[in-house]
Ligand binder design. Structure first.
Ligand SMILES: NC(=O)c1ccc[n+]([C@@H]2O[C@H](COP(=O)([O-])OP(=O)(O)OC[C@H]3O[C@@H](n4cnc5c(N)ncnc54)[C@H](OP(=O)(O)O)[C@@H]3O)[C@@H](O)[C@H]2O)c1
Length: 262
């Protein structure tokens, strides 16, 4: 892979860097020599991660404690990003909430959509302006295997991931002519804090966040989307092949089982 800084720019901005897949992205990119802007809400984790990566890899890491569901989050982010060449944006922060839709908390669904969908739209619109001027850059969106077909008892989340998949695919085309790479990543069940927060158990086969990141970075600039894990590729393949009613019944059964066994 061509040197990431040379190809895209000196800085990467990662949302949701305090845990899970975002944390793994931070480690990977620091090792590759990129400077980092790390965004999440948990201050201590962000500051200690930034200090660790700076010491270990001789890069600059700027922790930004921010709630991406806040209306004014861009105002708070702008002073940090204005004089830095953000070459790689990773729209990673997100969460899910499992359960019967009509019985769930509407505020939680609304907040999830603000984080999973609205924040990537607002952040990407802001960050790509500089990339377009420089004629280089890359944007990564976190989709999910579950975003490839509706998912009973995980309805708002799977819809929010479908949003990221289609938004990313569309931007791949629009931004391509400015030499900006766009990639949608769809992992399956990954060993992070995600499941405990979402309220259901992990799948039988679980990916490591480091593997998700390695596979993602390997295809950045070459693909529009990557579904990670052969079993997950099969799931998506079958969901396109079989009748919708059957897929929804199987998914409904599986998610219900995972909620019961959390
Ligand atoms: N794990 C899986 O099985 C899986 C599968 C497919 C797709 N994904 C996607 O992968 C992405 C990362 O998930 P993960 O598995 O790494 O989950 P995770 O371990 O729960 O990490 C989520 C990250 O998002 C941050 N975050 C949450 N709410 C935020 C807010 N309001 N403002 C700013 N940051 C916020 C969290 O930090 P703070 O709490 O410190 O704010 C944390 O750093 C998500 O988009 C998820 O949908 C995950």
């Amino acid at each position: 892979m061509k040197d990431l800084r040379q190809k895209y720019g000196d800085w990467a901005l990662i949302t949701g860097a305090s845990a899970g897949i975002g944390y793994a992205f931070a480690g990977y990119l620091a090792k590759k020599g990129m400077n980092l802007i790390l965004v999440a809400r948990r201050r201590e984790r962000l500051f200690s991660l930034s200090a660790d990566l700076e010491n270990k890899y001789n890069i600059q890491a700027v922790p930004v404690v921010l709630d991406l569901t806040a209306d004014n989050f861009l105002d708070e982010l702008k002073p940090v990003t204005e004089n830095r060449e953000i070459g790689l944006l990773i729209n990673n922060a997100g969460y899910g909430s499992a359960g019967r839709f009509a019985e769930g908390d509407l505020d939680r669904y609304t907040d999830m959509i603000r984080l999973n969908c609205l924040a990537p739209v607002r952040l990407t619109h802001y960050i790509v302006q500089g990339m377009i001027q420089r004629r280089k850059g890359a944007v990564i969106f976190l989709g999910s295997v579950t975003g490839h077909y509706g998912s009973p008892f995980f309805s708002t989340y799977s819809a929010s991931k479908a949003f990221n998949i289609q938004f990313g695919q569309s931007l791949w085309y629009e931004l391509n002519k400015f030499n900006i790479d766009v990639l949608v990543v769809s992992p399956g069940s990954t060993e992070t804090e995600f499941h405990d927060l979402a309220g259901f158990s992990r799948a039988l086969i679980v990916l490591s966040p480091e593997k998700v990141v390695r596979k993602t970075m390997r295809v950045l600039g070459r693909r529009i989307e990557i579904i990670i894990g052969p079993e997950n590729k099969l799931l998506v393949f079958f969901s396109r092949l079989f009748p919708g009613k059957l897929i929804l019944r199987i998914k409904g059964f599986a998610v219900k089982y995972m909620i019961r066994n959390k």
